[in-house]
Design a protein around this ligand. Sequence first.
Ligand code: ADP
Ligand code: MG
Length: 284
Amino acid sequence: MLRPGEDLLHVEDRLWVLTAPTGKGIYDFAFDRFFACRRPYQLPGPVEAIARAGAWNDYSERYRELEAEGVRLVHSPEQHLLATELPHWYPKLTDLTPRSVWFDERPDAETVERLLGWPVFVKGERQTSRHQKSLSIIEGPEQFRHAMDVYAKDSILHWQRVVCRELRPLRRVEEGAPDRIPSSFEFRTFWWRGELVGWGPYWWQGSPYTMTAHEQREALGLGREVARRLDVPFLVVDVAQEVSGRWIVIECNDGQESGYAGSSPFALWQNVLDVERERTAPTR
Ligand SMILES: Nc1ncnc2c1ncn2[C@@H]1O[C@H](COP(=O)(O)OP(=O)(O)O)[C@@H](O)[C@H]1O
Ligand SMILES: [Mg+2]
């Protein structure tokens, strides 16, 4: 049932987690070093599990395989798509996120110019190629054509649908490294069953930055509204502040696949366990 490297843990007798190391420090978390974990030889019956095993390129297949063995991942394949792919979450968030269009085939510059005008922000429906600026922040038709040639060959981009978005003026934190998208005042927020379980700066590698109490109310209020609308068990919402002060949604993701960014993984899992304790507490 498990693939090489995978481990099925029962954490604090509350939460099932299917883990596998990815080698990325920002993603991996050694549950058994911080929490009491058991690895039952036999499952007590069908269980519901969070996967923390990296991003699978065959989520729906993996979902069915595990389900047949009595392990139901917290997100159905449909919920996973709703959380991860812009064409799925965008229709529910049109008033909260930059205007976006997407294409089954790589579009030509004239089409993009007609629909959005320049400059545009370009990415795959799931992600950019390692935040490379020259492939995402596109000033005009020349640069766009060049980017599309690269998209056709790039290992991360070539199989994704192309998404073009209105480029919004974000509040800067610092310039990126050469050819890196500059860091903006942006935060990653984690929602477990609609409750906030963690948040931290999105650009965790650069100079540290944080929110005032007022900014927290606005940014986390936005995240909560997104969690309410998408209504999936484990959601990540990245929010950023525009130069005008307005907060917008940059993207959503499946909490099973997301790196922790600047949030504390230990605090996050403790909060998830607390929510579970509340949820499964016997009512008196
Ligand atoms: N529409 C936009 N306007 C301005 N900046 C954007 C826009 N979309 C994304 N960005 C910036 O680019 C960064 C990377 O984009 P993102 O959609 O998060 O790609 P990835 O999925 O690869 O992380 C964001 O963190 C944000 O700073
Ligand atoms: Mg991102």
